[in-house]
Structure formats: structure tokens, C-alpha cells
Design a protein around this ligand. Structure first.
Ligand code: ZN
Length: 298
């Protein structure tokens, strides 16, 4: 019998044996929690008006979604999240909009241990299948393999990432205190680069195309943006750490992001309009470098 055909309870029992511990949900901002998370997510995920979206038509032209870029996967997974207070794939606090990674100046970094490592505790809800947990773990390992960041199962730490499959892929920017939601929907978010993208948000990184110096590299074509989504292109006061603008960052959206008709570009490279951007499927060399500069160097 294939894994997907087994009764869900049996699959869940299997994932629960994988040393992932569900954490408390009590510290989540209430607007982001839609009732208790249960194993029966299939009945909870809502998809509205899927067939009429220009984006949907574009995605369906791909036969293998592993070939899609992280930017494309995120947009597809997050199409209907407006009511969840999600800005693109960045969750917004009801108290304050901590969407600028300048939050690193006011304490949203994860602390570094005296041994030089940065341990980021996490808990994973028990509704993932083992193959899905492997994707999450693989993305976490990619950080520890190349930087001082180590994602560690939560024991009793106060601050931790609580990874759950709610509708959509999104995260807060930086450490915000307590258990903070990272939504990695089983429907569309469980790809290596997509998990890396959300973990980078949780570490304090914002979108590359929102960098304070982006106008020298990207022109935003406001007239082509879907009405109501212009905020996804607002510049933020980012701390760029003297790193070059990175068209191949996994944090860069693509040229058709939030396009009103699915074909009119919303961004173009400048001065070289032919330069490619937003095509990443995993962290770039400069994404790794930025993590090291922010967390691992003295
Ligand atoms: Zn994002």
C-alpha cells in the first residue's frame, strides 16, 4: 500500500515517531490561527477561485512543479491569503508591522551561543508525512552545513519556531518572542528552496527586491501590479551589509510577481533590462554570505 493510501491516523503515528515535538500554540497571534490544528488538514485548506487566476493558468502549464522557482511556488501557494494578514509571504503582527529587517537593530536576531553557534529551536506539528519532514530537515541542514545556524528541536526554550501546515507559506521576519508561526503548507510549500526562504525570513531577512538600494537594480512597474498588492513592492529600510544586490537570491521575487494579468511584468532589471532575476530554486552564494555576516562573524 502506498503511503498516501494509508489511513491518516497511521501515517500520523509514523510521523510522531520522528522526534518532532508539537509545541504550545498559545502564543500565536490569534488572527493567524484558525482553530485547532488537526491531522485532517485535507478538509481545512480552502482554495477559492483557483481556475480564474491568471497565475493559476501559468502554473498549470508546468508539468513538474519542482521546476518552478521559489518565487513562483510562493505566489501559487499564497494566492488566497489576504484575510490572514499575510503580506506576500511575510506575516504581519497585529501590534506592529515588523516587516523590515532593520529589526535586527532592535533585537530580532537569534542569540549566538558562546560556542559561536546560533541555535534556533523549532517544533513541528505532527501532521506532516515523513517525506515532508525530510524536506524540512533537508532545508534546515543546508543552513548548518554552510553557516553557524543550527535548527534544534525545542526542549524548553521560550522562543522557538512553530512550523505548521496552515494554508500558505509565510513567516514573520526575525525572532519575535515566544512560539512564532512558520506556515509551511503541505499544499505547495514543501520544497527545499521554499523552506529555505521562510527560514531566512525567520532569521531576519526580508525580500531582496525590497532592499533600500533596489532602485539601482530593479524598476517596479506599478501599473502592472494586481490592485491591492502594491505593498509587496514597498522598499524597506534593510541592512544590506555591504553585499551586492543579488538577482539570484532565493529571497527575490520574479518578474511576473503579482502581475495583474499574469503576463505583464511587475519588475524589470535596470540598467540591463535583459538581466534575469527571481529564478532561484535554492539559496544563492550571497544568501549564505549574508547569513554569515549577520550571525557568524565577529
Ligand atoms: Zn518571502
Amino acid at each position: 500500500m502506498k503511503e498516501s493510501e494509508k489511513p491518516l491516523e497511521r501515517q500520523v503515528q509514523k510521523t510522531q515517531r520522528l522526534h518532532f515535538r508539537p509545541g504550545s500554540m498559545t502564543e500565536f497571534p490569534p488572527q493567524l490561527v484558525h482553530g485547532p490544528v488537526t491531522a485532517r488538514l485535507e478538509n481545512r485548506t480552502t482554495r477559492e477561485d483557483v481556475s480564474s487566476s491568471p497565475w493559476s493558468r501559468r502554473v498549470k502549464s508546468h508539468t513538474d512543479d519542482e521546476q518552478l522557482t521559489v518565487a513562483e511556488l510562493l505566489e501559487e501557494a499564497n494566492r488566497n491569503l489576504k484575510r490572514l494578514h499575510v503580506h506576500g509571504d511575510v506575516a504581519a503582527s497585529s501590534v506592529s508591522r515588523r516587516e523590515a529587517d532593520s529589526c535586527v537593530l532592535s533585537g530580532c536576531l537569534w542569540p549566538r551561543d558562546p560556542d559561536g553557534k546560533v541555535y534556533v529551536p523549532y517544533a513541528v506539528a505532527n501532521h506532516y508525512f515523513s517525506e515532508e519532514l525530510d524536506v524540512i530537515r533537508g532545508a534546515m541542514d543546508s543552513f548548518s552545513n554552510s553557516t553557524c545556524i543550527l535548527f534544534v528541536p525545542r526542549s524548553d526554550q521560550k522562543d522557538f519556531l512553530h512550523i505548521q501546515s496552515l494554508p500558505g507559506c509565510y513567516s514573520y521576519v526575525g525572532r519575535r518572542g515566544g512560539g512564532q508561526l512558520v506556515s509551511l503548507s503541505r499544499r505547495g510549500c514543501l520544497h527545499h528552496g521554499t523552506v529555505q526562504h521562510e527560514l531566512l525570513h525567520a532569521l531576519g531577512f526580508n525580500h531582496e527586491h525590497r532592499r533600500s538600494d533596489r532602485d539601482q537594480h530593479i524598476r517596479v512597474l506599478l501599473e502592472n501590479i494586481m490592485s491591492g498588492h502594491e505593498f509587496n513592492f514597498d522598499k524597506v529600510d534593510t541592512r544590506n551589509q555591504e553585499t551586492p544586490y543579488d538577482y539570484s537570491s532565493v529571497m527575490h521575487y520574479g518578474r511576473l510577481a503579482f502581475s495583474r494579468d499574469g503576463s505583464s511584468p511587475t519588475m524589470e532589471a535596470v540598467p540591463d533590462a535583459g538581466a534575469e532575476f527571481g529564478r532561484a530554486t535554492r539559496m544563492s552564494r550571497d544568501d549564505v554570505r549574508r547569513i554569515k555576516l549577520l550571525y557568524c562573524s565577529d
